[in-house]
Each structure stands twice: as structure tokens, then as C-alpha cells.
Ligand binder design. Sequence first.
Ligand code: 9YW
Length: 447
Amino acid sequence: ATGDRPARYPEAALAARAARVLRDNDTGAVITAAPRLYPHMWSWDAAFISIGLARLDVQRAIAELETLFAAQWRNGMVPHIVFTDDDAYFPGPDRWGTEAAPDGPRNVRTSGICQPPVHAIAVQRVLEVARRSSPDDRRAAERFARKIWPALYAWHRWLVEYRTPGSSGLVAIVHGWESGMDNSPRWDVPYDAVHPGAALPPYVRKDVRVVGDASERPTDREYDRYLWLIEEMRRAGYDQRKIVENSSFLVGDVFITALFAISCDVLVELGEEFGQPAGELADLADWAEKARAAVAGSCHSVSGMARDRDLRTSRWLDTQTIAGFSPLLCGGAPDDVQLRLLSLLDSERWCGHEGLLAPVPPSVSPLRPGFNPRQYWRGPQWPVVAWVFFWAFEHRGWHERARKLRDAGIRLTEDGAFGEYYEPFTGKPLGSADQSWTAAVVLDWLC
Ligand code: 9YW
């Protein structure tokens, strides 16, 4: 072990610690994304958290997803943050000002954007775990899956109706936060075209106070842009059509598009089982097919890597990041492209890099100029992203690959810190400690 990694927990002790993290982050109402840095419920975090929770308490896992979906907007959007009363995070509900949004929920305060659609995957995973757990859990999870299905369908429908503009077929985001990979170099070019106006209300960041080393977080320049986009949305009254038409940032996100495709597949599987309307099942199958085609259509002709598309300039974004492997999540690209991507993933440019503590794909290739091993989505490894690939590989029947990724994920996290992200060479946990989704995916791997 390096100096940064004092402990190495055996699996049973690691699972016990992970369970403890989830219990400690439980306010009684929600499990916060992290104890101090993120004292609210985040949309895709809640999905992964419920997957881990199912291993501890199926009813609690269901409650978490119910809480998230109780905040679903009337137009179908699942908001990226559901706020608790804690005011330690910025931007909080006042800055978002979504009360003014005609489609917002009534009894709860939320942000005004979304995050990746992984919720159907969570519902299915919770159901699988519940079926092996007890007859009561099975009944509760089946009741829940049946009840939440229409809300999941409405969420997917929203992404198609409002967020699939133009002809690329990619699901579009209007803020880097929607991607879940906030400051990834994927968004550098589109953010360069965001010019914060003089009317940007002043603000004070709180994240840099919690994470002692500010260089592990996005920069102030980036934050100005994040907040300017919120300002634009407020001014548009959170009218989705206006936002998609006018916001200074509109990007087809290939990673979200791949997740959307597989979540549609899962929703079809659940819908068939629970007798949901045939027309809606047909919609989902159609959306999945189109999303897959969009992901395949984005692949670079030489590298095979999938690309985001700046929908304001109609240009492909060639920055190579973990999102380039999106076709491995959802399939649909020609076999030779997938094989190229698999060998790239195994190569020294990614998981095969000899300096890595564990062969978990970093957010950016360590051989790419601009790779920063400590800064957020610009280099570190994120266990939750490894879990997404693990799940997809299992789903595709690539069991050996899935097992290797799981082992690598455990190797990375067996220090028991449950870091938000990790320095790939030393394995030092960075950002927040006791991050809920890290604990949750480790629990899923271990149980
Ligand atoms: C922020 C909660 C969230 C994740 C995002 C991640 C980060 C929040 O934390 O964003 O303020 O920076 O980028 O994917 O959902 O864990």
C-alpha cells in the first residue's frame, strides 16, 4: 500500500463499512449523495444508491426511488437535485428559483435540469435482489415496479419530446451538470462559447470549502459558466422549448444516449412482465433503436470512439474520454468497431496503462494531453462509472469482462474510504469521502 492508502479491508469488512456509510448518510428522509459536500438527493446518485441499499433493506431502497419520483416534474422530467433543508451546498433552491416553473413539482424544491436516465436499471436491479431476498420483499418490489413504470415511461418520453432535437438522434443536454460529468473535457469547446453576462448575480462557492484542495474541483471560470446557464434558464421560465432553442449550450451527449438506449430496453423487459400498454412498449423499443443508431453514427471512422456533438455549431466533439466507449454499453455499432473499442479499452492508453493501481477506466486517458490525475472528471477514476460498464458487460453476456471490472473496482475501493473519485496511479481517494454511490456500487459488487 502507498502512504495514501493505509488500509486494505477484506471483503466482509469492506461491505460492512459500505453499509455503514449508507446508514450514516441517511437523514431519515433521504440518503444524501455525500455527507458534507452534497447534502441533498441527486437523481442518478439516488438510482445507484437504491441498488446498494437493496442489499441491506429492500423497502428502504424502494423508498429512495419513490422520494426521487415524487419530485418528478409534471412534464416528465426527473430533476437532477431534490433539495433537503440543508443550506451547505451552492447553488441551492433559491438560486435555481424553479418555483416559477409551471411544470415544477408543488411540495418539494428541486433544480431545473436533469441527469442521466439510469433509473429503470435501478428498478430492475432492486427487483432482482428482492426476489432472492424474501417473499415480502419480492411482493413489495413487484408492486413498486408496476407502480413506478408509468413514471419511468413519462421520464423517457420527456427526453424524446424535449431533448432529441435535430437529426443526430443524440439526447441533448443544456448544461454540463446534466451529463453527470460536470467539467469533463468533453464540454470544453461548447463551454468556450458560453459567455457569462454582466447580469450574472454574484455568488460564493461552498464546494471548495469542503474539499480542502480546490484543484480537485472545477475552476471558478467553469463555475461562472455553470451559473450563467442557470441564469439563462431562469429567464426562460424553465420553458424547455425555449431553453433548447436559445440556451448558449446544447450538446448531444453520447453517453446519456447509450444509457437511454439500455434503460429503454430494461423498461421494455419490465413492461412486458407487468403487462404495460403495448403502444408504450413499442415506443420504448423504437426509442432504443434510434438511440443505438445515434450512438453508432457518432463513432469516429479511425478510432471507433463515440463522440458528442455540439448542436449549436453542428460539429463533432473529438475529445477522447471514457464516454467514447459508449457503444460498448448499448451495442449497435458494427462488430469491427466494437472490437477496436475493446482492444483500445484494454490497451496502455486506458485500463492497460502500467501505472494504474487498478485496471478501472479513468475518466480521461492517462496518455492524453491535459489529463489531470487529481481533477474531478479530467482524469480520476470514478467507481460508479466502472459499475455502469460492469452492469452493461454482464447484461451483454460478457461475464469474464464484467468479473474483471468488478475485481478492479474492489481493488480500487478496498481502502474503505469510499472516495468520490480516485487518483489512478496512487489510488488516493479524492473529493468527498464516504460518497454514497461509491459505497452503494461496492455493496452491489460484494453481495
Ligand atoms: C457538483 C453528486 C453529484 C453527481 C455528479 C458529480 C457531482 C455535483 O456530484 O456534481 O456540485 O459538482 O459530477 O455526477 O451526481 O454525487
